[in-house]
Every structure is written in C-alpha cells, then in structure tokens.
Design a binder for this molecule. Structure first.
Ligand SMILES: NC(=O)C1=CN([C@@H]2O[C@H](COP(=O)(O)OP(=O)(O)OC[C@H]3O[C@@H](n4cnc5c(N)ncnc54)[C@H](OP(=O)(O)O)[C@@H]3O)[C@@H](O)[C@H]2O)C=CC1
Ligand SMILES: CC(=O)N[C@@H](CCC(=O)OP(=O)(O)O)C(=O)O
Length: 342
C-alpha cells in the first residue's frame, strides 16, 4: 500500500523534518507541499537538506490544494489548522502537528491559547494507556506538543501504577528549533549561544494543561503540574527532569518494576539500564525516547528523566508513528531508533 500525502507548512522546521522522514517511508508518496509567505518558492531554497525535493515549488495552503490526498499533514502555527481541516473530506487522514485539537477541555484551550476551541481529536501518543486503540482506523490525529511528549512518557508509569502523589514538578530544557523558524529576539544566536535561560515560568506555558490532561488520565485523578521550560544552546532535543512525591511504601524496586512493565514492548521507548542517564545527543534525529527513573529515598520522591528529539518523536516522528497506526501499517515503518553521535 502506498498513500499520497500532502504537507502544509513544508517550509517550517516541523514540516521539513516530516519530509525528511517521509522521503524514507516506503508506504508514502509525497504530494502537494504548501507554505504561506514562502508560497511560490523552490523547496531547495528553504530546506536545502531535502535534496530529492529541491525543485518542488511550494503552493499556497488552501483546502483545494490539499484535498485529493489520502493523508494531509498540517505543520502550521497553532490556531491555523482548524479552518483548513474542516474543509477536508472525512475520508482524508488529517494529522495535525499543531496544538488545535489536543486539549479536551475548551476552557483550558481558551485560557492558554486565547481563541475559541476547535475541538478534540484522537491523541497521537500511542505509548499512553489506551493510546493505540484510539488511533487505529482514525481519520483525525492530534500530534502532542514536544514537551508533553517527553514529560508524559517520563511520568505516566508512576501514575498508572499509583506510585506517585498527584503533584508533579518538571524542569525541561529544549533546543531552539522548538520555537519554529520565525525570527524571535530571544532566539538570536548571540542570546542563545553559551547560555541557558528559563521562560514561561509560573504555570503559564501552554503545554501545562496538556501535561495535566495526560498525567491525570493515567492517575485516574487530577494531577497538578509545576512546569518550568528552559532554553538550551542546541538546535534540537528536549531533556525533561520530572519528579513527584512517592506514595507511602514505594521502593526503588517497585518504581523500577513499574517502568520496566510500562515500556517492555515499546519499540521506541528505551528504559536505560540502571546507572545510565538519558542524553539528547543519543536521540538526535531518531524517534527514540530514552528514560531513566530513580527513587530518592531521602527526599521521598520519584525522579524520572527523559530525552527526545523535539522535531522527531516530539513532532514529525510522532506524527508518522501515529499515521502508521491509523493506516494499519507496522508502527515503526519509516522510523529509526538509530541516533547520530557525537
Ligand atoms: N518545532 C518543534 O519542535 C515543534 C513544532 N510543533 C508544531 O508544529 C507546527 C509548526 O511549527 P514549526 O515548524 O516549528 O514552525 P515554523 O515557524 O518553522 O513553520 C511554520 C510553517 O507554517 C507556515 N505558516 C505560517 N503562518 C501561516 C498561516 N497563517 N497559514 C498557513 N501557514 C502558515 C509557514 O509558512 P511560510 O514559511 O511559507 O510562511 C511554515 O511553513 C506548530 O503548530 C508547532 O507548534 C509541535 C511540536 C514540536
Ligand atoms: C524552545 C521553544 O520555544 N519551544 C516551544 C515549544 C512549543 C511548541 O512547539 O509547541 P506546540 O506544538 O504546542 O506549538 C515553546 O516553548 O513555545
């Protein structure tokens, strides 16, 4: 089976990474490529690493250009997907890499994104409890945010096994590509190089409600989340350090056993051997997730650390993995766990 896939937002970072993966996917033929301000440009001028597509010209992002494909990926700024998606037919598999359809609670959407809620689609994080069932045969997929991917995978086993109190504290560092290609003053090279800095502090980052949604579903009760993102001087990668108070009676052995059970059959999530720690360099360019967990007995806390590539498992790789499940393909088709090092 070969499906024809269009990519909206092909000039951006997420769209570019998606095309890199789709070029190596045996079940996908690349159809229309669209942009916004760059419509009419050669892709080679914008994504020079995608040599086989260098002479393709970006079209405008319209439903007419995107319709007629079996799969349409939307790699657009949040708030832009809904108007396009609603004009695509019900038989088209639409995979939204933006935030528009991730949240269940409309009030959360409005509070963090400041616009009316477009709706909720099946959530593209297959590793979560019940995750694959929601995606099989679906024609609509909401790809998770990059931080919620890293954080939810690091902490859901502790909540699913009732090992942690319902309050989580998370500090996560992201590479600069997480913010997209558009120029922003705090992302100038001279601001970022050789420095790390926090942003979105105090419960205001828009990924916070998404983390609460995922962890609360795993726990079966509301989990509060204190999330502090930091910017790291690297192009890609997220390292999420997550901790929660351990419930009475929890031991290092019970924590380890819960994580081993959660990830035993996962093709992309690797619980590292004890004593080895996740590193963004190890997952660079791959769909792999590295996780390690420890029980800090003195502090009475569980510490779970994850590393992902924000553009791979954190968006484009996660999108392809979920597309594979929706289409009934092997989940790993076209995806690698092999990183690039050093
Ligand atoms: N970067 C990352 O690590 C992650 C990104 N995402 C999500 O993926 C989506 C794309 O992000 P990213 O690639 O980083 O962003 P970029 O800024 O790099 O790319 C944005 C893309 O959207 C297009 N675009 C901009 N404005 C509009 C508009 N009004 N209508 C239609 N198209 C428009 C741009 O086209 P043009 O260049 O032609 O103007 C470009 O192709 C976002 O929703 C983002 O949140 C999700 C997880 C991680
Ligand atoms: C480093 C950096 O700025 N990262 C971005 C990640 C957000 C992102 O891409 O998420 P969505 O998919 O939800 O838009 C940020 O914190 O805003």
């Amino acid at each position: 089976m070969v499906v024809r896939a269009a990519v909206a937002g092909a000039s951006g970072y997420a769209g570019g990474e998606l095309l890199r993966l789709l070029l190596a996917h045996p079940g996908v033929e690349i159809g229309a490529l669209t942009g916004n301000s760059n419509a009419g440009q050669r892709l080679g001028a914008l994504q020079p690493h995608l040599l086989p597509l260098a002479d393709r010209v970006l079209e405008a992002t319209t439903p007419e250009v995107l319709d007629g494909h079996e799969v349409v990926f939307l790699a657009l700024p949040h708030g832009q997907s809904a108007a396009v998606a609603e004009r695509l037919g019900p038989d088209v598999l639409v995979v939204d890499m933006g935030a528009d359809f991730r949240l269940v609670n409309a009030d959360d959407w409005t509070a963090f994104y400041g616009s009316p809620h477009a709706g909720t689609w099946p959530y593209g994080l297959p590793e979560l409890p019940g995750g694959r069932g929601a995606l099989r045969g679906s024609k609509r997929i909401a790809v998770p945010g990059c931080y919620p991917t890293a954080v939810s995978l690091a902490l859901f086993p502790a909540y699913a096994a009732s090992l942690a109190e319902p309050e989580a504290v998370i500090v996560a560092s992201s590479g600069t590509s997480g913010a997209g290609k558009a120029a922003k003053p705090h992302l100038l090279g001279s601001e970022v190089m050789g420095s790390m800095s926090p942003y979105g502090v105090g419960g205001v980052h828009r990924h916070t409600p998404e983390m609460i949604q995922n962890l609360s579903a795993a726990a079966g009760q509301r989990v509060s989340v204190s999330f502090t993102p930091t910017l790291a001087p690297m192009p890609r990668g997220i390292l999420a350090t997550c901790s929660a108070k351990a419930r009475p009676g929890v031991s290092a052995d019970s924590v380890r056993a819960a994580y081993e059970k959660a990830f035993a059959d996962e093709p992309f999530v690797h619980l590292l051997p004890e004593g080895q720690w996740p590193a963004t360099a190890s997952v660079y360019g791959s769909n792999a997730v590295q996780i390690q967990v420890a029980h800090d007995a003195a502090a009475g806390r569980i510490i779970a650390i994850s590393a992902i590539d924000n553009l791979a498992k954190g968006t484009a790789g996660g999108a392809v993995q979920s597309m594979n499940i929706a289409l009934g393909l092997d989940e790993t088709t076209g995806l690698t766990t092999i990183g690039v090092a050093p």
